[in-house]
Design a binder for this molecule. Structure first.
Ligand code: TRP
Ligand code: ZN
Length: 464
């Protein structure tokens, strides 16, 4: 899936010129250098749609080195003469497109690849082509607009890759915008006694000469910001839930005792959430728990959220709810992030109501009284530094609850929510898709609700 190729803004034009090299390659036009995301205009790339990433990585945390080969299968969405990949740090050793060496230009986080003349015709609109990038180096952390660290984070005994919103380009080249979801095969070799944990299912593990190769497979579409890799000493557990979901948990030994009870709740939480939100969208689940302080934030990495230390149940519920809201139904752009955080926060309220006898109305009231939730409207954060601020979470959840109140029909409300996750399962959706869907399904004009709770600057009266 991909956004349409945008018209160039001056900023993107400048980037495109920086990336432009010699001409005389294959017929077509260069893919856009960014997808014009409202918050990260240069993020992602136009002209193609990735269908599969094959990553072969060799990670040596002691030497602080990563060596990788990324095999990227993509479909051209225009006749491409050249195209871009996002990669932060690391050195590119070489690249091929359709088996022939391609010219690679580097300008900051943008790689420009120019296919060789002999692959003429292979990057025509609609055709699927393969790119191989060999790269290596010492992967780096990326500092978010709000100051938090992501990308490649060193831990006490290894490293963990966190990618929301823009960190995944710190460990593999790709189309790093949430609109381009793909399947992944991630193969990682690490020195013993370390374990490499990633998304999806563990297909094989092979040890040779003191190094073990773990092969992880994600068949359902995955946005790159929820791809992960954790390398370190881990206590691992594998099982299958009564519903047939394969569980894999990996816990830092120092967090193991304190995590056991909460991780044992995963099957019950998934079952509860499936009743509310519709069938669990993936074949596997689990968690990665780091040593306290080893990562900065919890993240809903697909199938297997990462926690920066033993989570409490509310945080577990939040990250598991993201498997529906964020990972299966993924925002079309970063402006639509409230669809993730609003629903994940609302899931916490629902859990508190069902399990701890805290009525949802009470959670709503507490959020309503909290000044921090009123800094800006959830559908319009005032900049990338504010994407993860309280209004996106708390006021986002208030929007969901106002829909429920407006419907005044709990069965209908939950059917609406399940219909939403079904309609966009394994896809992308925008705020406008959501409001149109709710109006269509309820047969009501909810303009006032959206204006007051979703887009309005000031705090609306609680009644009415
Ligand atoms: N999406 C994460 C969650 O709610 C939190 C998160 C991701 C975050 N990236 C961030 C918070 C950057 C602050 C800054 O579980
Ligand atoms: Zn969240």
């Amino acid at each position: 899936m991909n956004l349409r190729a945008p018209a160039a803004t001056p900023f993107l034009l400048a980037l495109a010129l920086l990336g432009a090299g010699c001409s005389g390659g294959v017929e077509g036009t260069p893919g856009a250098v960014g997808l014009r995301d409202p918050y990260f205009p240069g993020l992602g790339n136009g002209g193609y749609d990735v269908t599969h990433y094959g990553l072969e990585l060799d990670v040596d945390p002691a030497a602080d080195r990563l060596r990788g080969t990324a095999t990227i299968t993509a479909r051209a969405t225009q006749d491409l003469s050249a195209f871009h990949l996002d990669l932060a740090g690391l050195d590119v050793e070489g690249a091929t497109v359709e088996g022939s060496p391609a010219a690679v230009n580097r300008a900051g986080k943008e790689l420009t690849l120019r296919p060789a003349a002999r692959v003429e015709g292979r990057l025509r609109k609609g055709r699927t082509f393969t790119t191989v990038v060999r790269y290596s180096g010492s992967p780096q952390a990326v500092t978010d607009a709000d100051g938090s660290k992501e990308g490649w984070l060193r831990t006490a005994d290894g490293a963990v890759a966190l990618g929301e919103p823009t960190g995944s380009m710190a460990w593999f080249p790709g189309n790093h915008h949430p609109s381009d979801k793909a399947a992944y095969d991630i193969e990682v070799t690490v020195p013993d006694p370390l374990t490499a944990v990633s998304n999806g299912e563990l297909v094989s593990r092979r040890t040779e000469n003191g190094r073990t190769t773990y092969r992880w497979r994600t068949v359902e579409p995955m946005a790159s910001h929820v791809a992960t890799l954790a390398v370190g000493r881990f206590s691992t557990r594998q099982s299958v839930t009564p519903d047939g979901i394969r569980l894999f948990t990996a816990v830092d030994p120092e967090s193991d005792a304190a995590s056991k009870d909460v991780l044992d709740e995963i099957p019950a939480v998934l079952k509860w959430a499936a009743e509310k939100f519709g069938p669990y969208p993936f074949t596997s689940a689990g968690a990665i728990v780091e040593r306290t302080g080893d990562s900065t934030y919890a993240l809903e990495t697909q199938n297997r959220p990462v926690f920066p230390g033993p989570p409490d149940t509310a945080l577990l519920v939040h990250e598991l709810a993201h498997q529906w809201f964020g990972n299966s139904v993924t925002p079309a752009t970063w402006r639509d992030l409230w669809l993730n955080e609003g629903f994940a926060t609302y899931a916490e309220w629902l859990w508190a109501a069902d399990q701890d006898d805290v009525p949802v109305g009470e959670s709503f009231d507490a959020a309503y009284e909290d000044e921090a939730n009123w800094a800006f409207p959830p559908a319009d954060p005032p900049g990338a530094a504010h994407l993860f601020d309280p209004p996106v979470y708390g006021r986002g959840a208030m929007v969901v609850h106002r829909i429920r109140l407006a419907m005044d029909d709990d069965a209908g409300f939950f059917a609406l929510v399940r219909g939403w996750t079904k309609a966009h399962r394994h896809g992308n959706a925008s705020t406008e898709d959501f409001t149109a869907y709710v109006e269509e399904e309820t047969g009501r004009d909810l303009t006032e609700l959206w204006d007051a709770w979703l887009y309005g600057k000031s705090r609306p009266p609680r009644e009415g």
